[in-house]
Design a protein. Structure first.
Ligand code: ATP
Length: 589
């Protein structure tokens, strides 16, 4: 329950909604209770009417007027209750929706501040569940939970003292079955919740399976696994069906049992009330009144079991949410500097151990690229090239050593400012389901179409784009499925170039194009690279030729450095890579 304390600031933010809700709950319950004494009086009037009839002193018109007055009063009470129920929901349920909205935004914002390591440790499904399912569970507590809880408390405060003042014994008998009902509902509701959660889980397994099957449909068909895949779907579906049937069984038993208990409670009131009437302690009208009270109390009291399980679920959900909200990024700026960046980049004895895997990806890396210089980083797969890019963008901090940009430690730069100075083309291209133009101008405000086209030209993708029927307005599907691998890479390059960054960081971004296209793109880029510090990461030697200096990585260490010529004459790893790649290119021709 402690976890729910995190919601107090939100409740405080919407305190007027909550206070209004409390007030309207009391008023609506006042209108709910009032019909009971009216019914009692009406019953007693009928008794008097029958007595007058028998005594031969009947005044039917007064009686009729009285009954009509009772009827009108009952209608007015019902209308009053309706109006205030509306206000009650308009305040409390609205409050819960407003908090749900704020909470979702806060969680999303918080997610965005968390480092990449966090995303490696937690799967996307889990992140999504916390922002959707868990927030919904919390909302159930803030809305219906609080509303029905308040309803129950106010009803008890208003009703029980009055009932006791009429007849203590009848009150006790009326209230007796209620805790039993509430306890049963609590336990059964827990079973229902548990089974519903299992159903949800099965459903999400099923959707994940279907999603994967369709995303990987090419592989599935190419390997002729349709039969297999169909059988696995049926298996997942069967598990879901079993769970759904188990839930249906509990629910089928639950509702008739509750109705039987309610009926029994009514019988007890009539029976005990009858005895009290015979003893002359109460009137027959009181029995009618108490039956109404019982029925007023039954649902709120039975909802107690339901409210308890809502609160428990909300507490568990909020605990999960808090777990993420209490995770903070270590990647914060020390001094929030925003100086004009020239692009002089220096690595000083930098090592990196990935916190989530403990893998030492970089070991004692030092290099210097003067402003406007071009550095190529080469190496075999897994040698640590992308890790250098991760450090430059400050997606991770070095475990040892430091990185200086214009002589200032990266940790002193304002993080958003630092990243805005870097044009990063990541290795795994990700394009949003949006138009090509919006993908290129991503994150920039008010960009002219000429600027977008210019960036596309520099990235050598302009001709491809204009060939599409909708040109730059062509919509890309999930992960840009309408583009080829090489086109995606070039759109991604255009996205980096359009920002006219001080530091251009190309992480193996030409791997999906052939060497001729690679040459052409690099030639195009030459102009863009002028005056900008450029880091070209590649496993292909051909990409390195543009650079003024080349470093070769192997298992996280720099094993060679120099220019193309000096490395070729040194005859080391670089030369080996060069010759191997030359051979494979020749064999392809
Ligand atoms: N985010 C990460 N968390 C944990 N370990 C990582 C992470 N990224 C990379 N590694 C590990 O660090 C090492 C270096 O990886 P890196 O991606 O830097 O190599 P690379 O030279 O870019 O390889 P490739 O050319 O295949 O992309 C690898 O052993 C890899 O498994």
């Amino acid at each position: 329950m402690k976890a729910l304390k995190a919601l107090n600031p939100y409740l405080w933010r919407y305190k007027w909604h909550l206070l209004g809700g409390v007030l309207f709950t009391f008023i609506s319950n006042y209108f709910l209770i009032q019909p009971a004494p009216i019914v009692r009086n009406a019953f007693n009037s009928i008794e008097q009417y029958i007595a007058a009839y028998q005594a031969g002193v009947l005044d039917s018109s007064t009686f009729e007027r009285q009954i009509i007055t009772y009827g009108v009063l009952l209608l007015l009470m019902a209308a009053g209750r309706g109006v205030f129920l509306f206000f009650m929901r308009q305040t409390i349920i609205v409050m819960s929706r407003l908090i749900e909205y704020d909470l979702k935004n806060d969680i999303f914002w918080h997610y965005q501040t968390l480092p990449l390591a966090f995303y490696r440790q937690n799967n996307t499904g889990d992140l999504m569940a916390r922002i959707s399912e868990d927030v919904s569970n919390v909302r159930m507590y803030l809305g219906p939970g609080i509303m029905y809880g308040l309803n129950l408390v106010s009803l008890f405060l208003m009703l029980i003292p009055y009932m006791l003042s009429v007849d203590v014994k009848l009150t006790l008998y009326t209230l007796l079955p209620l805790p039993v009902l509430s306890t049963i509902i609590y336990f059964v509701n827990n079973i229902i919740n548990k089974r519903s959660t299992e159903i949800q889980r099965k459903l999400s397994d099923l959707s994940t399976y279907v999603q994967e099957a369709f995303s990987g449909i090419r592989v599935l068909k190419a390997f002729a696994r349709e039969q297999d895949s169909g059988a696995r779907f049926a298996q997942e579906s069967e598990a879901y069906r079993q769970q759904a049937l188990r839930l249906a069984r509990v629910e089928a038993l639950f509702y008739p049992a509750i109705l039987a208990l309610i009926g029994l409670s009514n019988i007890i009131v009539v029976y005990v009330g009858g005895i009290e009437v015979a003893a002359g302690n109460i009137t027959k009208g009181n029995i009618a009144e108490f039956i109404l009270y019982l029925n007023m109390l039954i649902w709120p009291v039975t909802s107690l079991g339901w409210i308890t399980s809502i609160i428990q679920q909300a507490a568990a959900s909020q605990e999960r949410i808090n777990e993420f909200l209490n995770t903070h990024t270590t990647l914060v700026s020390r001094r929030h500097l925003r100086p004009e960046v020239k692009g002089d980049l220096r690595f000083e004895h930098v090592s990196l151990v990935y916190p989530e895997s403990g893998i030492k990806a970089l070991d004692d890396i030092s290099f210097h690229v003067p402003a406007g210089g071009k550095l190529a980083i080469l190496g075999t797969t897994g040698s640590g090239k992308s890790s250098i890019a991760n450090l430059i963008c400050r997606l991770y901090d070095p475990t040892e050593g430091r990185i200086l940009l214009d002589g200032v430690d990266l940790r002193d730069y304002d993080l958003t400012y630092l990243r805005s100075q870097i044009g990063y083309v990541p290795q795994d291209v990700f394009l949003f389901s949006d138009t090509i133009a919006n993908n290129i101008s991503f994150g920039m405000e008010e960009v002219s179409s000429e600027t977008i086209e210019e960036a596309a030209r520099h990235a050598d993708v302009y001709d491809n784009i204009v060939d599409f029927p909708h040109g730059f307005d062509t919509l890309l599907g999930e992960r840009g499925i309408t583009l080829s691998g090489g086109q995606k890479q070039r759109v991604s390059i255009a996205r980096a170039l359009i920002r006219k960054p001080k530091l251009l960081l190309l992480d193996d971004c030409l791997s999906a194009v052939d060497t001729n296209t690679e040459h052409r793109i690099l030639e195009n880029l030459r102009e863009m690279m002028e005056g900008r510090t450029s880091i070209i990461i590649s496993h292909r030697v051909s990409s390195a030729k543009l650079a003024d200096q080349i470093i070769v990585l192997d298992e996280g260490r720099i094993v060679e450095r120099g220019t193309h010529e000096s490395l070729m004459s040194a005859g080391g790893l670089y030369k080996q890579l060069y010759e191997k790649q030359l051979q494979s290119e020749e064999s392809l021709e």
